[in-house]
Design a protein around this ligand. Structure first.
Ligand code: ADP
Length: 417
């Protein structure tokens, strides 16, 4: 059998055992990659799924075992070497090896950086020890233990994590207040219409949402007792969660001279300027095939699809990365699905009736349909994933889009000129 690339079958080292890293290892084995596959992760746990941590796991409808990506024996059976509970601290590009925090060196023929992101810390405010964040299973355990009836939970940040936790906490009977710096929740990703819809639903469920609002200080230490806002008002609290977004883990790449610009810079092939190093998932800044602009995405779809793409390339099948991004969020009984990425401030139209709890918001970048956000309209979402990124998306009839009786999939097949 010919080698796809000289030397590649000497071994792939993947740094980061989150979804992107673990899926790369799995895809390499599925595609019969012949060399060694080593997956290095800072966490002690076997690779697990993060999305349920702010949803089912918090509510108690899913336990630790249900989070595992694969059963424990899977990794050995597939000859994937897990190097857990240890960090990569240095990349030596000349020697083609990484150094681990325990001093070991791992040589690579190809290195995949799937380093993920870490929670941003609140700027300008001393944060007591008892304040929680949510990224790991350990974080979720600590938060879950505190979500009981009558608890007073304050969440700083009304993004996806904050609002999913708010929903789970209300379902468990805690009182919840959101402190959001912007003038609406989930503004980084959602249209104004969809933000408003979710605000209304959360308020109906008893969540207090404070927008354009900032924390001045916390009181308490291991046990937080309250939050003071910038306008001087006081909020009672016994549990505080900070969920103000993430920053990509790029230090390792930066320190070895790879280009970093708010993410590790890669081309459509997901390679850095060093052809022996790829970067994927939350840490990678890659060109959007539709707009051409570079962007970084924090989603399971992106992590999984980029993992597949790198595994394909390393096994001799090298197309560019052009998947349509999609995301989801579950809050109460609402299933929010998003296909595509829209610029903020673009035009939008509503399809269906929000009052019926089933509608979509179509968002535009100029004339191009850039994203569709759907609540309880799965058919719109499936069609959107086919439509966005095609030529048809540039010349759709807005009347047809706005008419909920016209199936979106009919526009995929026969766009109106
Ligand atoms: P995640 O997906 O981790 O929830 P997002 O970026 O979706 O991250 O959401 C983070 C939210 O936190 C955003 O709505 C952002 O406006 C808000 N935020 C950022 N900084 C602050 C702050 N200092 N105080 C309150 N909210 C903040």
């Amino acid at each position: 059998m010919g080698r796809p690339h000289p030397g590649v079958d000497r071994g792939v080292v993947i740094v980061g055992s989150g979804m992107a890293g673990a899926q790369t290892a799995m895809a390499l084995r599925r595609r019969k990659y012949p060399g060694t596959v080593t997956l290095v992760g800072a966490e002690a746990e076997l690779p697990y799924q993060r999305p349920p941590l702010s949803k089912e796991y918090l509510k108690g409808s899913l336990e630790d075992g249900g989070l595992l990506l694969r059963p424990a024996q899977f990794w050995a059976e597939h000859e994937i070497e897990l190097v857990a509970d240890v960090e990569a601290v240095r990349i030596d590009r000349m020697a083609q090896h990484i150094t681990l925090s325990d001093g070991r060196k791992l040589p690579y023929a190809h290195l995949v950086l799937a380093l993920g992101a870490e929670n941003r810390s609140l700027p300008g405010v001393p944060v007591p020890r008892g304040v929680l964040g949510l990224r790991t299973i350990g974080d979720a355990r600590a938060l879950r233990a505190r979500l009981q009836h009558g608890r007073e939970l304050v969440i700083v940040g009304g993004g996806f994590i904050g609002m999913e936790v708010a929903a789970a906490a209300r379902e468990r009977g805690a009182r919840v207040t959101i402190i959001e710096a912007m003038d609406r929740i989930m503004a980084r990703v959602l249209s104004e219409e969809m933000s408003q819809y979710f605000s209304d639903r959360h308020r109906e469920q008893g969540v207090q949402i404070l927008t354009a609002c900032e924390v001045a200080r916390f009181s308490g230490d291991r046990h937080v007792t309250g939050v003071e806002l910038a306008d001087g008002s006081q909020l009672p609290a016994d549990t505080v969660l900070i969920g103000i977004g993430v920053s990509p883990n790029t230090e390792l790449a930066d320190a070895c001279g790879l280009e970093v610009a708010g993410g590790i810079v890669v081309g459509a092939d997901l390679l850095t300027a060093d052809r022996c190093i790829s970067a994927i998932g939350d840490c990678a800044l890659f060109p959007d095939p539709v707009s051409g602009a570079s962007h970084r995405l924090e989603s399971i779809q992106n992590a999984t699809d980029q993992a597949q793409q790198v595994a394909k390339r390393l096994t001799g099948d090298g197309a560019g990365y052009d998947a349509v991004p999609w995301f989801w969020s579950n809050q109460y009984d609402l299933k929010l699905q998003i296909a595509g990425v829209a610029p903020s401030g673009g035009q939008s139209l509503v399809r269906g009736d929000p009052a019926q709890g089933s509608f979509s918001v179509c968002r535009f970048d100029g004339d191009r349909l850039a994203a569709i956000e759907s609540v309880n309209r799965p058919a719109d979402h499936i069609a959107a994933r086919k439509l966005i990124g095609t030529e048809a998306a540039r010349r759709l009839s807005r009347d047809q889009l706005a008419d909920p009786t016209v199936p979106l999939r009919s526009l995929v097949l026969s766009p109106v000129a």
